[in-house]
Every structure is written in structure tokens, then in C-alpha cells.
Design a protein around this ligand. Structure first.
Ligand code: MG
Ligand code: ZN
Length: 219
């Protein structure tokens, strides 16, 4: 990368950080807790939001980020969640979300009736981790089908997250995967990361996830 390009990138990131701090503060003032969900495609972000509804009375909203389609917004809306879709494709197929877009989306969807707002980030383990979206907490989902090595291969996304959900644990009996190895690798890149293992499908571990939300919403 040339020096000039680096300078432009730094400017974009510092402007994003400013907007992120502004959004975080305004959400705090409104009593909205904002969680940024990151992961690879297909790790179960949308499924987790759908099943969370069954475990909590908290009023949930979701800002869905996808390159194309409104499929995820339709799914969570069908589950009774207030949903707003951002498609990044028309802006050049971007692979992450930025704080300014979240602020605009939150304004347009309205958050007066929302206590817990999820940002479902674009599915990839690389650049979403570089952009603060104004969240109070970052979480990352890692499904057991993705293998044990992902935290080591994409450390930034795991370092920027306070919580890792190891998802789809109902599939463990069919896989040659050592969940202890996943835990070990997570702690190697981020010793402070909290880990919850669950299956949105069977409900295993969902009460731990609910406790995590309750604890953060009470603060
Ligand atoms: Mg999804
Ligand atoms: Zn990107």
C-alpha cells in the first residue's frame, strides 16, 4: 500500500471512530444496548436472533447488514423482531458496516420501542473487526463446523470481541472437532473473552446467553 492510501484509510477510520462514539453515547442516553454481531457467513447469527425471542421479554431490534437481499430482515421480522435492512451492494459491495450507516439506520427505523439492538454485521472475519459501529459490546459467533483454527487465523475479530458464541453444538457428535481446542485457541488470542456454547436449534446453552443479555441490560 502506498503512503497516500494509508493516510486516506486513517482518515476514514478516525471519522468512523468519532461517529461510533457519538452513536454509542446517544444509544446509552436512549436506554438502548447495542451489540455488534460478527462471524463468517452461515455461522448462525440470524438463527440466534430468531430463537433469542423465545428466551427473553426484552424488546429487540435488529439492523441487518447484507451485500444483497432482505432475506435475514424478513426472517427476524417473522419472529417478531423489529428489523431494518442495510444493503451494502449498491455502495460498491462493501464487506463491513460503518458507524454512520448504523446511526442513519437506527434513526430511520426508530429505537424508542427497542431495549436491545443487534447489528448483524456482514458475514466475514476480516474487515468488520476494523470498524467500530458504535456498539456497547462486540460478539463473534464461531460454529463448530468452522474448525478449531479460526481464532488463530483471524485474531483481530476475536480480539475485538468481548463474547464468543460457539454455535451449532448439536452437530458435535457428527464432527471430528475438539471443542476444548476451540476454547484453547480463543483464549490464546484473547484471554479475557467470554465463551458461551449453544445451539439455537435444540436450545442447549440458551439460558447462558439469556443471562449474559440480562446482566448487560441491567447495567
Ligand atoms: Mg444472517
Ligand atoms: Zn470491508
Amino acid at each position: 500500500m502506498e503512503k497516500k492510501e494509508i493516510k486516506v484509510m486513517q482518515k476514514i477510520i478516525s471519522e468512523n471512530d468519532r461517529l461510533a462514539d457519538e452513536l454509542r453515547k446517544s444509544m446509552t442516553d436512549k436506554g438502548v444496548f447495542l451489540i455488534n454481531m460478527m462471524s463468517s457467513p452461515g455461522s448462525g447469527k440470524t438463527s440466534l436472533i430468531e430463537s433469542t425471542v423465545k428466551y427473553t421479554d426484552t424488546k429487540i431490534g435488529v439492523i441487518e447488514g447484507d451485500i444483497h437481499t432482505t432475506l435475514d430482515a424478513e426472517r427476524v421480522a417473522a419472529a417478531g423482531v423489529k428489523a431494518y435492512q442495510i444493503n451494502t451492494g449498491p455502495f460498491g459491495g462493501d464487506c463491513h458496516l460503518e458507524a454512520g450507516w448504523i446511526a442513519a439506520a437506527a434513526k430511520e427505523m426508530g429505537v424508542d420501542d427497542v431495549e436491545l439492538l443487534f447489528v448483524e454485521n456482514i458475514g466475514n472475519l476480516v474487515c468488520p473487526a476494523e470498524f467500530d459501529v458504535g456498539s456497547h459490546k462486540n460478539m463473534i459467533l464461531l460454529s463448530v463446523t468452522e474448525g478449531e483454527d479460526k481464532p488463530l487465523k483471524y485474531p483481530l475479530a476475536f480480539r475485538e470481541s468481548q463474547l464468543c458464541i460457539i454455535s451449532k453444538i448439536d452437530l458435535l457428535p457428527y464432527l471430528d472437532i475438539d471443542i476444548n481446542k476451540i476454547r484453547e485457541n480463543l483464549k490464546k488470542v484473547n484471554p479475557a473473552i467470554e465463551i458461551i456454547e449453544l445451539s439455537s436449534k435444540t436450545g442447549d446453552g440458551m439460558e447462558k446467553w439469556r443471562d449474559f443479555l440480562d446482566m448487560n441490560l441491567k447495567k
